[in-house]
Design a protein around this ligand. Structure first.
Ligand code: ADP
Length: 168
């Protein structure tokens, strides 16, 4: 059984992420999408919300499961018998960082391979942070986020904008 892990913040999951998940699901027997806890980042959605969104938008993929983890990815991969880490590679920005991460992960666990799936051209410049920025400026985010989560995303943006307004 070949198991891959796809790690990320997924704050929130975008159509770019979903495209990588669907492609990975065709390549492996099982894919674990793992929401990584990053104490330095202040996410828009809680860990539970991000996992819930992923479960919702991956419901059509029977060999995909959702999990979360706050430790080292290489250790998670070992404990869950994953042979491969999946990463999405976008235009420019991801390369240096990902190359370094792959080197570190291989050092921590030499049996673990990193596999990079190049972003689909329409999602090449799409990131969760770009979607959030667009959202805060009131731009249309449909087409960038899975339709099942668009309303909850808009609602969260509205709540935060209202809170900021009340603080003034
Ligand atoms: P971001 O906040 O930048 O969207 P995440 O940490 O959630 O990033 O990303 C998890 C993984 O998904 C990373 O490997 C990242 O390179 C990849 N990824 C993010 N957006 C895309 C996209 N639009 N197309 C392909 N891969 C992507």
């Amino acid at each position: 059984m070949r198991i891959a892990v796809y790690p990320g913040s997924f704050d929130p999951v975008t159509n770019g992420h979903l495209n990588v998940i669907e492609r990975a699901a065709r390549l492996f027997d099982r894919v674990i999408v793992c929401v990584m806890v990053n104490a330095e980042k202040k996410p828009l959605f809680s860990l539970e919300e991000r996992e819930g969104f992923l479960r919702l938008v991956c419901a059509h993929l029977p060999n995909v499961e959702i999990d979360s983890y706050g430790g080292l990815l290489a250790e998670y991969a070992k404990a869950h018998h994953c042979c491969t880490i999946i990463k999405g590679l976008r235009a420019g920005s991801d390369f240096e960082k990902e190359f370094q991460m792959a080197m570190i992960n291989r050092r921590l666990n030499p049996d673990l391979e990193s596999l990079f799936l190049t972003a689909e051209h329409q999602y090449m410049y799409l990131s969760s942070s770009a979607v959030k920025e667009l959202g805060f400026y009131g731009a249309d985010v449909s087409g960038l986020l899975p339709p099942q989560i668009v309303e909850q995303f808009k609602q969260r943006i509205r709540n935060i904008s209202d809170d900021k307004e009340n603080e003034k």
